[in-house]
Design a protein around this ligand. Structure first.
Ligand SMILES: [Zn+2]
Length: 396
């Protein structure tokens, strides 16, 4: 909760009364106040009451013609990773985030981890997926206990520095035809795997730095989903799902209590092919999922340019959040993950840009009322030009 000093209130009142119409600065101050509560000399006064009083005062002056409906929202950019198995990628992303955040908080990632990463190969029989034989997963198990111990350390360190750990289920099965009971079984297994990572793998000192209830986001393996998934997600206390697909300029919708943060349909710059805002989908569209080192530079450049275009049109447009999904697997010889890093270096930290986790985006979305969200969707706010981006430099 925020508290505003008495002096700040007087400053705000003075400014509002001096200006004949509300300029954008005082409007944003008012909106900021509107969202908080403040105390004044023992009196408890809601910000809403003050805003109403100010509105009356300002109404005596001349209102600005054609004023935008709401304050301009930040440009949210969410970058997330699936599976999250390879230890060298945990190290690489830990280093990358530390590099970008050394002078301030520029970027935080969401990691959709697979439960199988936290079961050592030798302990695989503790898990049985819905309609699957015991000890089987579509992706690899976690390797040796020592590798699990290391992976848990990476997760905990990243969690402590503000990154988010979310769920990609356990055995990476296609759950399109699963019932809610099947999904619930898989979610329960995920919870137990996180909770018992130490005892399951003979690692007495190993445990996660957060409770399973902190895992509030989900991405379905293969983006395979059905109605049953959503009732199970809701029953398990998830706040958002990222398994859907939508338009690049669509603001998220909350359906049946769950935010839907959809991957975007994009056109690849330089090829015109359609794809999803996910590395593997670029890899299929550009190379039919077969790596050819001669295509490394081309695929990296096209991907980066596509992300930059996605950013520019949303930044100057209705500011719909950007959703980019990647994997720890280095598709295309690492061209996609390099493109993503160049993109993050270029845009995270620019004015009004917030490269945040999905959990933070869900918090922001929950604070908006229906009218504000409708204005965001229409782009009904004062627009600004795109900040200068030196693409040549980014591509180096
Ligand atoms: Zn996956």
């Amino acid at each position: 909760m925020l508290f505003v000093s008495q002096r700040a209130i007087f400053r705000l009142l003075a400014r509002a009364m001096l200006s004949p119409a509300l300029n954008s600065t005082s409007r944003s101050d008012m909106l900021a106040l509107h969202r908080c509560r403040f105390r004044s000399g023992g009196l408890n006064l809601t910000a809403q009451k003050l805003v109403a009083a100010l509105a009356t005062l300002v109404a005596l002056g001349a209102p600005a013609p054609g004023r935008a409906a709401v304050d301009r929202p930040p440009q949210f950019i969410v970058m997330a990773f699936d599976n999250c198995t390879e230890l060298e990628r945990w190290q690489e992303l830990t280093d990358f985030a530390a590099e970008l955040n050394k002078d301030g908080e520029r970027v935080h990632f969401t990691f959709f981890v697979s439960g199988s990463n936290f079961i050592a190969d030798s302990s695989r029989n503790i898990y049985a997926g819905p309609h699957q034989r015991r000890g089987y997963s579509r992706i690899s198990f976690g390797g040796t206990p020592e590798q699990i111990r290391k992976r848990v350390e990476y997760v905990n360190a990243l969690y402590r520095s503000g990154h988010e750990i979310a769920s990609h289920a356990v055995g990476h099965f296609n759950g399109a035809s699963w019932s809610a009971v099947d999904w619930e079984k898989e979610f329960r297994a995920f919870g137990q795997i996180l909770k018992n990572v130490g005892p399951n793998n003979g690692l007495p000192g190993s445990q996660f730095a957060f409770p399973v209830t902190d895992v509030i986001g989900f991405r379905a393996p293969y983006l395979a989903k059905g109605a049953a998934l959503y009732s199970a997600l809701k029953a398990h206390g998830f706040r958002y799902d990222t398994s859907g697909v939508g338009q690049a300029d669509a603001w998220p919708e909350k359906i049946d209590g769950l935010w839907r943060f959809n991957l975007a349909m994009l056109r690849i710059q330089g090829s015109g092919r359609g794809t999803l805002s996910m590395d593997y989908n670029f890899f299929v569209a550009q190379s039919r999922a077969a790596y050819d080192p001669r295509r490394y530079d081309m695929t990296r450049e096209q991907t980066l340019k596509t992300y930059l275009q996605y950013f520019k049109s949303n930044y100057a447009g209705n500011r719909a959040p950007l959703h980019i999904g990647h994997h720890f697997m280095n598709y295309g010889g690492g061209a996609y993950n390099e493109a993503l890093k160049s993109f993050a270096r270029a845009v995270c930290g620019l004015p009004e840009v917030r490269c945040v986790t999905y959990a933070k985006l869900a918090d922001f979305m929950d604070q908006q009322n229906a009218n504000t969200l409708a204005a965001f969707r229409r782009g009904d706010f004062a627009h600004v030009a795109i900040p200068t981006l030196n693409v040549a430099q980014v591509l180096r």
